[in-house]
Design a protein around this ligand. Structure first.
Ligand code: BDR
Ligand code: CA
Length: 346
């Protein structure tokens, strides 16, 4: 009898591209795709996560902080500081978290959690961002993948924040792609449009990774099953469980997503834009946010260099790099390679 030896080939993990890693504060509302993005960041050799700042959004801020602590602890990274930030939008009324998308616990209703021992940093998320930016001027990148209240409050504490931070990359907004909360609004911007408009007009070196690109990258559940199989660990099992729940939601909504039983990459693409900006094409221009009315939460990009008669679009508004196109297959390959690597020591 002939024995067939089956081998599985996984492409090599990314190697470090930079002399020094990107030092990142991850501002997040975990959230399933937030968890995926966190693990991409921890796994990637070009990224050093120096803190996780949490906000309300996919879950309450208390649950977001709890999830950030848990995801870090089970990945063996419990020493990374976690802060609790804004609990509600700056101006508009709060809404109930979307349990049907991320689960009531934000991680697809985990059947159980192991005991963990890491504790919150006592500072607010905004204060943590300001402290880190002042201690390391020009070095810190903020990757923000939830509503933007923490950054807006940090600006109120330290108006020079745009000069102190290296760059800000946000997952949020939509220009040509329809919204996912209303015909024009993406969820993170919808959840706090006033904070978002403050961030877009503050003068950060700012990149927007919105639905124009995240809706082009569909990640199948079987990828996360393979990762959990190849790197057997509580962290990869947890991510697989959460993504399966999340994919059920997206597959119920979009037939082309159901075809591969997957989900949109959303938040992880903000980190891909950091490590591999060459995979995106961008439009550069002034972005403003509609803060109320029927178009609340819309991100509007000034795409023509015209001196409009309406105020609010003048040169006082800084430019944002808006991601408009993405090399979807290359992103998927990169996410696979990164999460398949030996980042958990297994
Ligand atoms: C964004 O909204 C949240 O549900 C996701 O975590 C992501 O940040 C997508 O619109
Ligand atoms: Ca998010």
């Amino acid at each position: 009898m002939t024995r067939i030896l089956q081998t599985t080939f996984y492409p090599p993990a990314p190697t470090m591209n930079h002399l020094a890693p990107h030092r990142v504060i991850y501002d997040t509302d975990p959230g399933v795709d937030d968890a995926m993005a966190l693990y991409y960041a921890l796994a990637h050799p070009d990224i050093e996560v120096v803190g996780v700042t949490t906000t309300f959004g996919n879950v309450t801020v208390e649950q977001a902080a709890c999830n950030a602590l848990y995801l870090l602890a089970i990945a063996g990274r419990g020493q990374i500081p976690v802060t609790q930030g804004v609990a509600a939008p700056l101006v508009k009324a709060s809404e109930a978290p979307p349990d049907h998308i991320h689960g009531a616990d934000g991680l697809g209703n985990l059947p159980q959690r192991v005991a963990t021992h890491n504790q919150l940093d006592a500072r607010t998320s905004a204060q943590f961002i300001v402290d880190m930016a002042r201690q390391h001027p020009g070095e810190i990148t903020v990757v923000a993948v939830g509503p933007l209240g923490n950054l807006a409050l940090a600006l109120a504490i330290e108006p020079a924040l745009p000069q102190l931070l290296r760059q800000v990359i946000i997952m949020g907004g939509a220009v040509l792609e329809p919204g996912n909360v209303s015909p024009v609004a993406e969820a993170n911007i919808w959840n706090d449009p006033h904070a978002a408009d403050i961030v877009f007009t503050a003068g950060f070196d700012l990149t927007m990774v919105g639905l124009d690109v995240t809706h082009q990258v569909i990640l199948p559940v079987h990828l996360f099953a393979q990762i959990a199989q190849h790197r057997q660990h509580l962290a990869t099992d947890t991510l697989h469980h959460a993504v399966a729940f999340y994919a059920n939601f997206y597959s119920g909504l979009y037939p082309h997503v159901a075809e591969i039983h997957g989900c949109f990459g959303h938040d992880v693409l903000a980190f891909v834009a950091l490590t591999n900006p060459e995979l995106f094409s961008t439009a550069t221009g002034r972005v403003r946010v509609t803060v109320d009315g029927l178009a609340q939460g819309q991100t509007m990009l000034r795409r023509k260099d015209i001196a409009y008669p309406q105020s609010g679009w003048g040169p006082e508004v800084p430019d944002t790099q808006v991601c408009m196109q993405v090399q979807a297959q290359a992103c998927k390959d990169l996410i696979e390679r990164t999460l398949m690597a030996d980042w958990l020591g297994v």
